[in-house]
Design a protein around this ligand. Structure first.
Ligand SMILES: [Zn+2]
Length: 390
């Protein structure tokens, strides 16, 4: 990939090899708006990767230096002890980038046969929380989502795999609630807090406090919160706590790692939540994916290495979501859907039923984006895999 070869591999007098390399990589990663930076040791070299618009790119390699280790340098920045040998470690540090912005970096290390590798998550710029109409979805979806945000109670789940933009959507919902004239008390329990929204209370789950997500959730209810966000439903206890809050006058939002609306409903049943409780608490499931948009300057990936300054030669710039928002309002459609769920319909069968009722599938929405020249087939294949259905 044609990234500027800013790193010469030569140690300078003032700064050691590792320190200079770490500086250059962090600055460059922020500069090109990467979300993650990876340093991976090989037998005789280091490989540097940047994740841009959700895709990992090998940016450069450089020879191993016997005397200094860039991962040790990163660990020093995050105040992590180096004597703990091969134990994976996690920590954070702040970084002042060349444009003067301060970024929080979340570092995690992991030992491999060639030494420790590092993955760094780069926080997005402060003030980048989007509003509902900045999400890039149709006006219809944006309005429907706004309607969900005005609800007094119920549970709204945002579903999709990792990196599908769930957090951005959830933040847009909370920002819309925070900006509404009818002030409501909003409390979040996040792991971790990714962006700060004014005029709501955000909290980060402390892993060593002994407080579980479910316990934090129950305390949040006692804080007289009207709107609650609990990121990522991973276990039954949390799902039960959120569902019960959503049935007792709280509007709740969470994300769930599942592929479709049908598989989200199945997951909830697998978590031993009774179907009647799901039916009375669940207000909406929003399933989504992010597709990279073709670079408007060069319009195609350019493997020849000829650099496009806009997309760094990847051929893509920016991403757009496709969303399927299914609301459960007690009408015929919801009754039939939950009846099928109760009768043991598979995720696939539920999704087919939803589609037959007029909800456009994510893949067909993505295909429309290809037809209008926003993205390409290769991107659909990357996001949805090779399954030829729908
Ligand atoms: Zn380009």
């Amino acid at each position: 990939m044609p990234f500027p070869a800013s790193f010469s591999g030569q140690p300078t007098a003032e700064l050691g090899f590792a320190a200079k390399m770490v500086d250059d990589c962090l600055n460059e990663a922020v500069d090109i708006q990467a979300s993650d930076l990876h340093l991976q040791p090989r037998s005789d070299s280091w490989e540097v990767f940047y994740r841009i618009d959700g895709v990992l790119h090998l940016a450069k390699t450089f020879p191993v230096d016997q005397d200094t280790d860039p991962v040790a340098r990163l660990m020093a920045l995050a105040n992590l002890p180096s004597y703990m040998g091969g134990v994976p470690q996690e920590g954070t540090f702040t970084w002042k980038s060349t444009d003067g912005s301060i970024r929080e970096m979340r570092l995690s290390t992991f030992s491999t046969v060639h030494g420790r590798r590092a993955a760094i998550r780069i926080s997005s710029h402060a003030g980048t929380v989007r509003t509902l109409d900045q999400l890039g979805v149709s006006e219809e979806t944006s309005l429907a989502l706004g309607g969900v945000c005005e609800g007094k109670d119920g549970w709204c789940l945002v579903a999709g795999p990792a990196g599908s933009g769930k957090t951005t959507t959830l933040y847009a919902c909370l920002a819309s609630i925070a900006a509404s004239k009818n002030r409501r008390s909003v409390l979040t329990i996040e792991d971790p807090v990714e962006s700060i929204i004014d005029s709501i209370s955000q909290s980060q789950l402390q892993p060593n406090s002994g407080l579980t997500l479910a316990a934090a959730m129950r305390s949040a209810v006692r804080q007289d919160a009207e709107v609650l966000l609990v990121t990522e439903i991973r276990d039954t206890e949390t799902a039960e706590a959120v569902l019960s809050a959503s049935m007792t006058g709280h509007l709740c939002f969470s994300s769930i790692h599942s592929a479709s609306v049908g598989s989200t409903l199945r997951r909830l049943v697998q978590m031993n939540l009774p179907t009647f409780a799901i039916q009375s608490g669940l207000r909406a499931v929003l399933c989504q994916r992010l597709l990279r948009c073709l670079c408007q300057k060069c319009k195609s990936p350019n493997p020849s290495g000829h650099e496009c300054s806009k997309c760094h030669g990847t051929g893509y710039q920016g991403r757009l979501p496709v969303m399927q928002l299914v609301e459960f309002d007690g009408a015929d459609f919801s009754h039939q859907l939950f009846q099928k769920l109760e009768q043991g319909a598979t995720a696939d069968q539920l999704d087919r039923f939803i589609q037959a009722k007029g909800f456009d599938s994510l893949k067909s929405q993505a295909t429309q984006l290809v037809q209008s020249g926003v993205t390409d087939e290769a991107e659909i294949f990357r996001v949805f895999g090779g399954r030829r259905s729908e």
